[in-house]
Design a protein around this ligand. Structure first.
Ligand code: SF4
Ligand code: SF4
Length: 264
């Protein structure tokens, strides 16, 4: 009897849908991949979906920014064996979580002006990883296609994908780029940011903005010293890192250090 294909779902919470687009952008590699799975629930790509069946693998992008998002996330978790967080929003909070300190009523008023009845169930924007456990996290704004394909192929083979946890700086050095910090005194987040993008920005003479989120164990003390030696304050680098991973910075109390340094 032929082995049944794993059932797969792909979901977007609040976000730009860029990670789902990256999957569609796999183009010629997507068809052979799709033949090995049974994609049963993917609203972006199909109008025929099964919203209740059990799933072997599910990919979730975006943040929890409404009560509806949280409900959907819990439902997806309950029906899924292997859950993958796709993109920096899902792993770290990304851009939607950048300004959680501003009250939502203020944001609603400034963006929508009149009474925003459609947005009454909004909540503080936080990554799905804050609410439910995930088996795999794949950051990136958006994700790298080669990393998505590696995850998908590994899961289809019954294995867990492995990624190197080296910083963007490592990839940048391997490309022999001129360092944006050392040569141009720019605030570059490459030393604390998880690699995998091939140091895309510094390779185009632009400092890394930290869009892939922090390494698992960035050496904050060494980084503070390294930046200070080059005239870059911790506030500047923390601000840069907070653009894409504000919730984790606040969780680790680093925001307090930034506030403290601001007051000095
Ligand atoms: S340019 Fe940025 S990513 Fe490249 S080595 Fe310097 S600090 Fe690291
Ligand atoms: S260099 Fe930094 S900002 Fe640019 S893609 Fe890589 S992680 Fe993102």
């Amino acid at each position: 009897m032929a082995k049944s294909k794993p059932k797969v779902g792909i979901f977007g919470l609040t976000g730009c849908a860029g990670d789902q687009l990256q999957i569609l952008n796999c183009e010629d590699q997507l068809i052979p991949l799709a033949r090995q799975m049974d994609i049963v629930d993917w609203v972006m790509a199909s109008s025929r979906n099964d919203h209740t069946c059990r799933l072997d693998i599910a990919f979730v992008e975006g943040v929890v920014a409404t009560e509806r998002d949280l409900e959907s996330l819990k439902e997806i978790r309950a029906r899924t064996k292997t859950l993958v967080a796709l993109g920096t929003c899902a792993v770290w909070g990304g851009l939607p979580a950048m300004h959680n300190e501003i009250p939502r009523e203020v944001l609603q008023r400034e963006v929508y002006h009149s009474s925003p009845l459609h947005f009454l169930d909004t909540v503080e924007a936080l990554p799905p990883t804050h609410f439910v456990p995930f088996e795999i996290t794949l950051p990136g704004c958006p994700i790298e296609r080669h990393e998505f394909l590696r995850v998908a192929h590994a899961l289809l083979a019954g294995a867990m994908p492995e990624f190197h946890m080296l910083p963007v700086c490592w990839e940048c050095k391997a490309k022999e780029n001129l360092c944006r910090v050392v040569y141009f005194q720019e605030v570059c987040a490459g030393a604390m940011t998880r690699g995998g993008c091939g140091a895309r920005c510094p390779s185009h003479a632009v400092a890394c903005a930290g869009c892939r989120g922090p390494l698992e164990e960035p050496n904050y003390d060494a980084n503070i010293t390294m930046f200070a030696d080059r005239g870059i304050s911790w506030v500047e680098i923390a601000r840069k890192m907070s653009q894409f991973s504000a919730p984790v910075w606040i969780k680790q109390g680093l925001e307090k250090e930034v506030r403290h340094e601001r007051r000095r």
